[in-house]
Design a protein around this ligand. Structure first.
Ligand SMILES: Cc1ncc(COP(=O)(O)OP(=O)(O)O)c(N)n1
Ligand SMILES: Cc1ncsc1CCOP(=O)(O)O
Ligand SMILES: [Mg+2]
Length: 209
Protein backbone atom coordinates (compact mmCIF):
# COMPACT_ATOMS: atom_id res chain seq x y z
CA UNK A 1 0.00 0.00 0.00
CA UNK A 2 1.08 3.59 -0.58
CA UNK A 3 2.83 4.60 2.68
CA UNK A 4 1.17 8.01 2.62
CA UNK A 5 -2.17 6.26 3.13
CA UNK A 6 -1.08 3.68 5.70
CA UNK A 7 1.35 5.76 7.78
CA UNK A 8 0.30 6.97 11.22
CA UNK A 9 -0.36 10.69 11.39
CA UNK A 10 1.28 10.95 14.78
CA UNK A 11 4.83 10.74 16.02
CA UNK A 12 8.27 11.77 14.86
CA UNK A 13 8.67 13.54 11.53
CA UNK A 14 12.42 13.43 10.93
CA UNK A 15 13.97 15.88 8.48
CA UNK A 16 17.35 15.25 6.92
CA UNK A 17 20.28 17.59 7.62
CA UNK A 18 22.11 19.04 4.62
CA UNK A 19 24.62 16.44 3.52
CA UNK A 20 26.88 16.36 0.48
CA UNK A 21 27.70 12.66 0.96
CA UNK A 22 24.90 10.30 0.14
CA UNK A 23 26.19 7.06 1.69
CA UNK A 24 26.70 8.48 5.21
CA UNK A 25 23.31 10.19 4.93
CA UNK A 26 21.65 6.87 4.06
CA UNK A 27 23.36 5.16 7.00
CA UNK A 28 22.15 7.86 9.39
CA UNK A 29 18.62 7.69 8.01
CA UNK A 30 18.54 3.87 8.25
CA UNK A 31 19.13 4.14 12.00
CA UNK A 32 16.17 6.47 12.55
CA UNK A 33 13.90 4.48 10.24
CA UNK A 34 14.67 1.41 12.37
CA UNK A 35 13.92 3.40 15.52
CA UNK A 36 10.36 4.09 14.38
CA UNK A 37 9.97 7.52 12.83
CA UNK A 38 6.51 8.13 11.35
CA UNK A 39 7.52 10.29 8.35
CA UNK A 40 10.76 11.42 6.72
CA UNK A 41 11.34 14.70 4.89
CA UNK A 42 14.23 15.07 2.46
CA UNK A 43 15.56 18.60 2.92
CA UNK A 44 18.84 19.77 1.46
CA UNK A 45 19.24 23.50 0.99
CA UNK A 46 22.75 23.36 -0.49
CA UNK A 47 22.84 20.44 -2.97
CA UNK A 48 22.67 20.72 -6.75
CA UNK A 49 19.54 19.55 -8.55
CA UNK A 50 21.33 16.37 -9.64
CA UNK A 51 22.45 15.52 -6.12
CA UNK A 52 19.00 16.24 -4.71
CA UNK A 53 17.50 13.90 -7.30
CA UNK A 54 19.98 11.16 -6.43
CA UNK A 55 19.61 11.56 -2.67
CA UNK A 56 15.83 11.76 -2.75
CA UNK A 57 15.63 8.63 -4.94
CA UNK A 58 17.91 6.67 -2.61
CA UNK A 59 15.98 7.81 0.46
CA UNK A 60 12.71 6.84 -1.18
CA UNK A 61 13.92 3.24 -1.53
CA UNK A 62 14.96 3.15 2.12
CA UNK A 63 11.62 4.63 3.22
CA UNK A 64 9.65 2.18 1.10
CA UNK A 65 11.43 -0.73 2.81
CA UNK A 66 10.09 0.58 6.15
CA UNK A 67 6.63 1.67 4.99
CA UNK A 68 7.51 5.26 5.91
CA UNK A 69 6.38 8.09 3.61
CA UNK A 70 9.04 10.31 2.06
CA UNK A 71 8.15 13.97 1.66
CA UNK A 72 10.38 16.24 -0.44
CA UNK A 73 11.02 19.76 0.84
CA UNK A 74 10.51 22.80 -1.41
CA UNK A 75 10.22 20.99 -4.75
CA UNK A 76 6.98 19.24 -5.66
CA UNK A 77 8.27 18.69 -9.20
CA UNK A 78 11.13 16.56 -7.83
CA UNK A 79 8.64 14.70 -5.64
CA UNK A 80 6.54 13.97 -8.74
CA UNK A 81 9.54 12.88 -10.82
CA UNK A 82 10.71 10.27 -8.31
CA UNK A 83 7.25 9.16 -7.15
CA UNK A 84 7.71 10.38 -3.57
CA UNK A 85 4.80 10.39 -1.13
CA UNK A 86 4.50 14.13 -0.84
CA UNK A 87 6.03 17.58 -0.75
CA UNK A 88 6.43 20.28 1.86
CA UNK A 89 5.87 23.83 0.69
CA UNK A 90 6.67 27.05 2.49
CA UNK A 91 6.20 30.65 1.42
CA UNK A 92 7.48 30.96 -2.13
CA UNK A 93 7.85 27.20 -2.68
CA UNK A 94 4.93 26.94 -5.09
CA UNK A 95 1.25 26.41 -5.28
CA UNK A 96 -0.46 23.78 -3.11
CA UNK A 97 -3.27 23.17 -5.61
CA UNK A 98 -0.79 22.57 -8.46
CA UNK A 99 1.22 20.22 -6.27
CA UNK A 100 -1.95 18.33 -5.38
CA UNK A 101 -2.85 18.01 -9.06
CA UNK A 102 0.60 16.63 -9.88
CA UNK A 103 1.05 14.35 -6.87
CA UNK A 104 -2.48 13.00 -6.56
CA UNK A 105 -5.21 12.63 -3.99
CA UNK A 106 -3.24 10.51 -1.50
CA UNK A 107 -0.05 12.59 -1.45
CA UNK A 108 1.03 14.21 1.81
CA UNK A 109 1.26 17.89 0.94
CA UNK A 110 2.38 20.06 3.82
CA UNK A 111 2.30 23.81 4.22
CA UNK A 112 4.45 26.01 6.44
CA UNK A 113 2.12 28.32 8.33
CA UNK A 114 4.75 29.82 10.68
CA UNK A 115 2.70 31.63 13.38
CA UNK A 116 -0.32 32.38 11.24
CA UNK A 117 -3.72 30.66 11.62
CA UNK A 118 -4.96 32.46 8.51
CA UNK A 119 -2.24 30.85 6.41
CA UNK A 120 -3.29 27.49 7.84
CA UNK A 121 -6.94 27.99 6.88
CA UNK A 122 -5.92 29.03 3.36
CA UNK A 123 -3.58 26.04 3.03
CA UNK A 124 -6.29 23.58 4.03
CA UNK A 125 -8.74 25.22 1.63
CA UNK A 126 -6.14 24.85 -1.15
CA UNK A 127 -5.75 21.14 -0.44
CA UNK A 128 -2.95 20.78 2.11
CA UNK A 129 -2.83 17.43 3.94
CA UNK A 130 -1.11 18.86 6.99
CA UNK A 131 -0.17 22.24 8.41
CA UNK A 132 3.14 23.07 10.08
CA UNK A 133 3.81 25.77 12.68
CA UNK A 134 6.96 27.07 14.27
CA UNK A 135 9.64 27.62 15.25
CA UNK A 136 8.43 26.89 18.78
CA UNK A 137 11.95 27.11 20.26
CA UNK A 138 15.24 28.59 19.06
CA UNK A 139 16.35 26.38 16.20
CA UNK A 140 20.03 25.48 15.84
CA UNK A 141 19.35 24.67 12.18
CA UNK A 142 17.43 27.84 11.32
CA UNK A 143 18.24 30.45 13.97
CA UNK A 144 16.26 33.22 12.27
CA UNK A 145 13.07 31.20 11.84
CA UNK A 146 9.88 33.02 12.72
CA UNK A 147 8.62 32.05 16.20
CA UNK A 148 5.21 30.65 17.16
CA UNK A 149 3.49 30.08 20.50
CA UNK A 150 1.97 26.74 21.54
CA UNK A 151 -1.50 28.31 21.99
CA UNK A 152 -1.73 28.54 18.19
CA UNK A 153 -2.05 24.75 18.02
CA UNK A 154 -5.29 24.86 20.00
CA UNK A 155 -6.66 27.63 17.80
CA UNK A 156 -6.17 25.59 14.62
CA UNK A 157 -7.00 22.14 16.01
CA UNK A 158 -10.40 22.11 14.31
CA UNK A 159 -9.11 22.41 10.75
CA UNK A 160 -9.28 18.65 10.25
CA UNK A 161 -5.69 17.96 9.20
CA UNK A 162 -2.66 16.83 11.24
CA UNK A 163 -0.70 19.61 12.90
CA UNK A 164 3.10 19.54 12.76
CA UNK A 165 5.31 21.48 15.16
CA UNK A 166 8.87 22.41 14.20
CA UNK A 167 11.83 24.38 15.47
CA UNK A 168 14.23 23.52 18.26
CA UNK A 169 12.14 20.62 19.50
CA UNK A 170 14.05 18.26 21.77
CA UNK A 171 12.99 15.19 23.75
CA UNK A 172 12.98 17.49 26.81
CA UNK A 173 10.60 20.13 25.44
CA UNK A 174 8.40 18.05 23.11
CA UNK A 175 5.78 16.86 25.61
CA UNK A 176 4.06 20.24 26.20
CA UNK A 177 3.99 20.84 22.45
CA UNK A 178 2.25 17.50 21.94
CA UNK A 179 -0.15 18.31 24.79
CA UNK A 180 -0.87 21.66 23.12
CA UNK A 181 -2.05 19.83 19.99
CA UNK A 182 0.89 18.77 17.80
CA UNK A 183 0.24 15.48 16.03
CA UNK A 184 3.82 15.23 14.78
CA UNK A 185 7.07 16.86 15.86
CA UNK A 186 9.38 17.73 12.97
CA UNK A 187 13.01 17.54 13.99
CA UNK A 188 16.44 17.91 12.42
CA UNK A 189 19.15 18.58 15.04
CA UNK A 190 17.39 16.89 17.95
CA UNK A 191 17.59 13.61 16.05
CA UNK A 192 20.57 13.86 13.71
CA UNK A 193 22.92 15.75 16.07
CA UNK A 194 22.06 13.54 19.05
CA UNK A 195 24.86 11.31 20.35
CA UNK A 196 22.47 8.36 19.88
CA UNK A 197 19.86 9.22 17.19
CA UNK A 198 17.89 5.99 17.74
CA UNK A 199 17.58 6.72 21.46
CA UNK A 200 16.51 10.28 20.61
CA UNK A 201 13.73 8.97 18.34
CA UNK A 202 12.54 6.65 21.11
CA UNK A 203 12.55 9.55 23.58
CA UNK A 204 10.43 11.70 21.24
CA UNK A 205 8.06 8.79 20.70
CA UNK A 206 7.56 8.46 24.44
CA UNK A 207 6.20 12.03 24.46
CA UNK A 208 3.17 10.76 22.52
CA UNK A 209 2.26 8.04 25.08
C1 LIG B 1 7.49 20.09 8.57
C2 LIG B 1 8.13 21.34 8.12
N1 LIG B 1 7.69 22.51 8.62
C3 LIG B 1 8.26 23.66 8.23
C4 LIG B 1 9.27 23.65 7.29
C5 LIG B 1 9.90 24.94 6.82
O1 LIG B 1 9.58 25.20 5.47
P1 LIG B 1 10.05 26.60 4.81
O2 LIG B 1 9.46 27.70 5.58
O3 LIG B 1 9.78 26.55 3.37
O4 LIG B 1 11.61 26.62 5.07
P2 LIG B 1 12.73 25.62 4.50
O5 LIG B 1 12.61 24.32 5.22
O6 LIG B 1 12.48 25.42 3.04
O7 LIG B 1 14.01 26.30 4.81
C6 LIG B 1 9.69 22.42 6.80
N2 LIG B 1 10.67 22.29 5.90
N3 LIG B 1 9.10 21.27 7.22
C1 LIG C 1 13.11 24.19 8.61
C2 LIG C 1 12.73 24.91 9.84
N1 LIG C 1 11.69 25.77 9.84
C3 LIG C 1 11.49 26.33 11.03
S1 LIG C 1 12.62 25.81 12.18
C4 LIG C 1 13.36 24.78 11.03
C5 LIG C 1 14.54 23.94 11.34
C6 LIG C 1 14.23 22.82 12.28
O1 LIG C 1 15.41 22.19 12.67
P1 LIG C 1 15.75 21.90 14.18
O2 LIG C 1 14.91 20.72 14.58
O3 LIG C 1 17.21 21.56 14.17
O4 LIG C 1 15.45 23.13 14.99
MG1 LIG D 1 10.81 25.75 1.85
Amino acid sequence: MNPSVAAPHRGVYAITPDSADTEPLLRRVAVVLDAGIAWLQYRNKTASAALRHAQASALLQACRAHGVPLIVNDDWQLAARIGADGAHLGEGDGDIARAREALGHDALIGASCYDDAGLARAAVAAGASYIAFGAFFPSPTKPNARRAAPALLAATAGLGVPQVAIGGITPDNARPIVSAGADLVAVISGVFDAPDPAAAVRAYRACFD
